[in-house]
Design a protein around this ligand. Structure first.
Ligand code: OAD
Length: 259
């Protein structure tokens, strides 16, 4: 794991962020990695190096074996509840507060379903892939937040009608929540600076937000521990852990953050 001494932040980047009237941030699993939540595609530790997404993260998988799928997501739900936001989540929340206090816009868009941005104080977070902390009924649609211990049955039953409940996440082959997607696209299109943090950038439509940002004339910035397939498209590609780079950036920007 690198520390600050290996990372240098271009002064042009700091100035760009300091002066931006509107910043849009897209985060992925890498932002929560330092909180102890596995990513998906990291070779040794990623979920998709151990499990097949088509057996767990599709409507067909749930229809074929609801108990198995619900149990796997419930284990992930409890892991998320046991994890704390890290310095990267806190720095982003502080940057958002700082921007808003200065009358500027700062939209936080995430593919993560762990709610750690919100736990760190992030406000009005746009959740593109839903959340693991809400489970909704497959029959009547009743949804409730679940912060308790493991479910007693898999899949858990709806309190209103007794039918099976599922996590309120987006599975492969499903459409994203329309309002979240529209807000994310608009933020990307209208921002001055677009930051992509801790995402491999291969899952659409989230991966297409950089195109909207570029079409809208934004400068684009990537923060990742390693180069991604898209690194060449970014004006700035900063290599380092989000939990180290983001507090550095916040500090350089003059943002007060308790990291
Ligand atoms: P991935 O696992 O595809 O990518 C995580 C990225 O984070 C990689 O590029 C890593 O190099 C980087 N990374 C790891 N640790 C980091 C750290 N400490 N700081 C910064 N970067 C770090 O995860 P996502 O891009 O989020 O969707 O995946 C997108 C979607 O694919 C997920 O939302 C999920 C998944 O399948 C669904 O389940 C629908």
């Amino acid at each position: 794991m690198s520390n600050e001494s290996h990372i240098s932040l271009p002064t042009e980047l700091v100035a760009l962020l300091r002066d931006a009237r509107r910043i849009a941030v897209l985060t992925g699993a890498g932002v929560s990695a330092e909180s102890g939540i596995p990513t998906f595609r990291d070779a040794l530790t990623g979920y998709w190096s151990k499990f097949r997404p088509e057996e767990l993260a599709t409507p067909e998988a749930f229809a074929a074996d609801p108990a198995k799928v619900a149990r796997w997501y419930d284990e992930r739900r409890r892991l998320c509840l046991a994890c704390e936001p890290n310095a990267g989540h806190r720095a982003l929340a502080a940057m958002q507060r700082h921007a808003r206090a200065g009358g500027r816009r700062f939209e936080l868009i995430t593919q993560n379903i762990d709610r750690l941005h919100q736990a760190a104080g992030g406000d009005d977070v746009i959740e593109l892939h839903g959340t693991l902390l809400a489970w909704r009924c497959t029959a009547c649609g009743e949804s409730c937040e679940e912060r308790g211990p493991a479910f007693e049955t898999y899949p858990p039953a709806c309190v209103a009608c007794g039918q099976a409940r599922r996590p309120s996440v987006v599975w492969f082959g499903e459409v994203l929540p329309a309002e979240a997607l529209q807000r994310a696209a608009e933020a990307a299109m209208a921002c001055d600076v677009f930051l992509s943090i801790g995402t491999s950038g291969v899952v659409y439509p989230a991966a297409g937000l950089i195109d909207a940002a570029l079409a809208g004339g934004a400068r684009v910035v990537e923060i990742n521990v390693e180069p991604t397939a898209n690194s060449a498209r970014y004006d700035f590609s900063i290599q380092g852990p989000a939990g180290v780079v983001l507090p550095m950036l916040a500090r350089e920007m003059g943002v007060e953050s308790e990291v």
